[in-house]
Ligand binder design. Structure first.
Ligand code: ZN
Length: 401
């Protein structure tokens, strides 16, 4: 059975007139139902502006003082009277979650517990930042590390079948917060930024509680990794059984209803600026940037904790024509850190750069040889995005062409 599934995105490629993102950008999906084929993509208005840029325009109209008052009210409802943890921050030790947990504790007087879903392969700087959040930022934290055999297998399946090696990690990151919150009787989960910042439907941002569809499931055996259900994966692999999937199984709807766990994000209440979060985390939680830029982009301080991240963005460049520099530049254009012209230049210079630094770590992690790797990559190049010229693959249409 051929399980390979190539996502379909609009055949006509257009680029946002304000940032450098294209209409090929997929929205965040419910990963546990992701079979790979049909992708919801970022919306554009009739003037050629993407919904992430429109959301940023809308943000200028928000009365942030009112929002902060609303946050105080919300937190008051959950604030612990007896010293128990009262808010859980799904964390990676990255700048955003470090910022979120630190302000919740020191500005809003909450008692947060940071919970980290372990990266596939911690980088040195990532592990240092993870421990610094507790050692220097003084935030209690828990690290949840899934079964290595299972996680490597799922990551391999996701790479081979969906061209999406990051899928099991993203899944875990979405479900682990509510799962651990339930164990500690914590009723509020607070993420940092919101998906609408990057182009998910703006209406998802009208409610400050996340739709439980993202973190509940009543049929765990049907959860999909790499386009296959857990049941199917177990059937074809005698080394693992259903119990090995314990960390991946979300809470049921019933449990969430009964416990009244709510998931929210600070970005609804505070004007979110990734660069400001970075400065804040450096100052308050011992966060350190890398000493060199990440491959595929120009930045040194976003998503630097996992050796697999550069491969994740390499694959988004293959599947959607959108690499890491496109994501970084679009965000920085929206936050007025760089101009669109600078963004176009940065995309041309860095997007799609091959992630060679951890390439062999990745191959050995998923037990894949070079031949299978490159064959897999080429399978995920959509015809409307790529053409071959003298043995080189080039994008048919780029923001700089
Ligand atoms: Zn845009």
């Amino acid at each position: 059975m051929n399980k390979i599934s190539i996502p379909t995105t609009p055949k006509k490629i257009i680029f946002c007139k304000k940032c450098v993102i294209s209409n090929q950008r997929p929205n965040s999906s419910v990963e546990m139902k992701n079979s790979g084929e049909k992708k919801q993509t970022i919306a554009f208005n009739k003037n050629g502006i993407c919904s992430a840029c429109l959301y940023h325009e809308k943000k200028k109209m928000i009365n942030w003082q009112e929002r902060e008052n609303l946050l105080f009210k919300l937190l008051e409802k959950y604030r612990s009277k007896n010293g128990d943890y009262d808010v859980l921050v799904p964390s990676s030790g990255g700048k955003d979650s470090s910022f979120a947990s630190h302000v919740l504790k020191h500005k809003y007087g909450m008692n947060p517990l940071a919970v980290t879903w372990a990266p596939n392969m911690f980088t040195d700087i990532g592990f240092q930042n993870f421990t610094n959040l507790s050692k220097i930022g003084n935030i209690d934290s828990i690290l949840v590390t899934p079964n290595g055999l299972v996680h490597r297998l799922l990551t391999k399946k996701s790479f081979i079948n969906l061209g999406h090696p990051f899928q099991p990690f993203i899944h875990g990151q979405k479900v682990i917060g509510p799962k651990i919150a339930n164990k500690f009787n914590i009723k509020l989960i607070m993420y940092g930024e919101n998906q609408a910042e990057y182009g998910n439907p703006i209406q998802e941002n009208n409610n400050f509680f996340m739709d439980p569809i993202f973190y509940t499931n009543d049929k765990p055996r049907t959860i999909m990794f790499g386009g296959e259900t857990i049941d199917n994966i177990i059937r074809n692999n005698n080394k693992i059984n259903f119990n090995d999937f314990q960390t991946y199984i979300p809470l049921s709807k019933d449990t969430v209803n009964k416990s009244n766990i709510k998931v929210s994000y600070l970005g609804y209440f505070e004007k979110w600026d990734p660069q400001e979060c970075y400065y804040y985390a450096v100052k308050n939680t011992g966060f350190q940037p890398n000493d060199e830029r990440s491959e595929g982009t120009y930045s040194r301080y976003t998503e630097i904790d996992d050796k697999i991240v550069p491969m994740h963005f390499y694959m988004t460049h293959i599947k959607f024509g959108i690499g890491r520099a496109s994501y970084d530049a679009s965000q920085e254009i929206r936050n007025q850190k760089i101009t669109r012209q600078e963004g176009v230049y940065l995309v041309k210079k860095f997007d799609g750069e091959f992630p060679k630094k951890y390439f062999y770590d990745f191959l050995s992690y998923i037990d894949c040889d070079e031949d299978l790797f490159f064959k897999t990559v080429d399978k995920f190049r959509p015809n409307h995005l790529w053409q071959k010229s003298k043995n080189n693959w080039i994008l048919k249409k780029a923001v700089y062409s």
